[in-house]
Design a protein around this ligand. Structure first.
Ligand SMILES: Cc1cc2nc3c(=O)[nH]c(=O)nc-3n(C[C@H](O)[C@H](O)[C@H](O)COP(=O)(O)OP(=O)(O)OC[C@H]3O[C@@H](n4cnc5c(N)ncnc54)[C@H](O)[C@@H]3O)c2cc1C
Length: 392
């Protein structure tokens, strides 16, 4: 019965030997979905990626690529340095003024998501995955022995295995539960700053703390400066939910940021925004049969700069388990065990810093703190795949 229903529902006619022409349906073509598609296609599986965006575009993200992310990208064969990625060697903390700076315990890079995500999707298509652009999945239903996805344009796709990689966006009927810090919204704007400020920023990621949130400032390729910030809903409301008033508030709260952005030109007509971020979330019990990866499995607070690493890591682990005939519960169990400590520590620190930004001063009083925090809020080295540890 279910097989018949599936056959009727699918755009794609079943092959003679099976109801399905596709082994795996990947919903969402961000870092998690695209990386999974590359792994599976290289293992000879037929994969379809459904991605709602039609072309390369900017996304809300600080665009800091940690050592683990770089190693996973290298391992996929993506040379992001050739895409113009900018080296980051140190982190600075600032509140009203500069508080502390230290060298990162690892080399990092900065690349816009417009460039990174597009390069990954291109690689997925080259590896043999079918990448469907400009098509949004509206709903996903279990229909034994597989899954049927209904698309906003009226089409359907089906496969025996479905991987949910919609990242920051929840799919109706498959919403993630709340995280440990749920009251932040994110805004992002690119600026062209003065040559002097660009020079001071080169090589550094700056974290700027203010009451009710924090911001990251970092140079990307082409000299664009990314200001990506998180702010409590009520702080934004007190700025009448207006970007201009919020920016004025930030510039008033931080002399450091005011210096950086003096004479800066905004490069987007309006900021990119995102709400309802379940920071600190870690999925403990998957819906039977549905694989969740990337931000759909775990959401680490942004200051850690490890979300993309987690997305790439989860894709690698999912592909390994799936290719070995394992089940999605194994992926959830493994990600839970590996990521509980960094995700929960980062959520606790993020809540503290948003409530009491003055605590960032502790980094000046006790300099090893920054390094310890950087190490404690990322994928533990033991969890990284053996072949990857060699690249670090
Ligand atoms: C403010 C902020 C700053 C951050 N800064 C950093 C940082 O500096 N470094 C870092 O490593 N991480 C950072 N992160 C985290 C990082 O952005 C995420 O962890 C990462 O993007 C997760 O990748 P993903 O593939 O799971 O999801 P996404 O990157 O969100 O990709 C999901 C994809 O699915 C598509 N999609 C969604 N819904 C549908 C649908 N229904 N149908 C079809 N397609 C769909 C979307 O278009 C998108 O392309 C930050 C996050 C935030 C919010």
């Amino acid at each position: 019965m279910a097989g018949k229903a599936l056959r009727g529902a699918c755009e794609v006619m079943p092959s003679v030997s099976s109801h399905f022409r596709t082994d795996a349906l990947v919903i969402g073509g961000g870092p998690a979905g695209a990386a999974l598609a590359i792994h599976l296609a290289r293992r000879g599986r037929s994969v379809e990626v459904v991605e709602k965006s039609t072309t390369a575009h900017h996304k809300v993200c600080g665009e800091f690529l940690s050592r683990e992310a770089i190693a996973y990208l290298d391992e996929l064969g993506l040379n992001i340095r050739a895409q113009g990625a900018v080296a980051v060697h140190g982190v600075r903390l600032a509140a009203r003024n500069l508080i502390a700076e230290c060298e990162l315990p690892f080399p990092a890079l900065s690349l816009t998501r417009r460039a990174l995500d597009e390069a990954l999707l291109t690689l997925a298509a080259r590896a043999g995955a079918m990448v469907l652009r400009g098509r949004r999945v509206q709903s996903l239903q279990a229909a034994a022995p597989g899954w049927v996805a209904s698309l906003a344009d009226g089409g359907t796709r089906c496969a025996p295995a479905a991987f949910l990689a919609t990242g920051k966006y929840d799919l109706a009927g498959h919403r993630r539960p709340s995280g440990r810090q749920n009251d932040l919204i994110a805004l992002k704007m690119y600026f062209r700053v003065t040559p002097q400020q660009e020079c001071s920023l080169r090589g550094w990621v700056e974290l700027i703390f203010f009451r009710g949130g924090y911001a990251g400032l970092q140079l990307a390729e082409n000299g664009e400066v990314n200001l990506c910030l998180l702010v409590r809903r009520k702080t934004f409301k007190s700025c009448r939910n207006q970007w201009r008033l919020l920016l004025e508030h930030l510039l008033g709260a931080s002399d450091h940021l005011a210096r950086r952005l003096e004479g800066a030109q905004p490069l987007l007509p309006k900021p990119l925004a995102l709400s309802s971020i379940p920071y600190g979330l870690l999925i403990a019990r998957p819906q039977s049969g549905l694989w969740r990866l990337g931000d759909q499995a775990a959401v680490i607070p942004s200051f850690s700069g490890d979300g993309i690493s987690i997305a790439l890591h989860s894709a690698h682990v999912a592909a390994e388990i799936y290719a070995n005939g394992g089940a999605e519960m194994q992926l959830t169990g493994r990600l839970n065990a590996e990521l509980k400590s960094p995700v929960h520590l980062a959520a606790a620190v993020s809540r503290l810093l948003v409530a009491a930004p003055g605590l960032a001063q502790m980094a000046r009083l006790w300099p090893p703190l920054l390094r310890l925090l950087a190490a404690g809020t990322r994928i533990p080295p033991a969890a990284l795949l053996k072949e990857l540890r060699g690249l670090l």
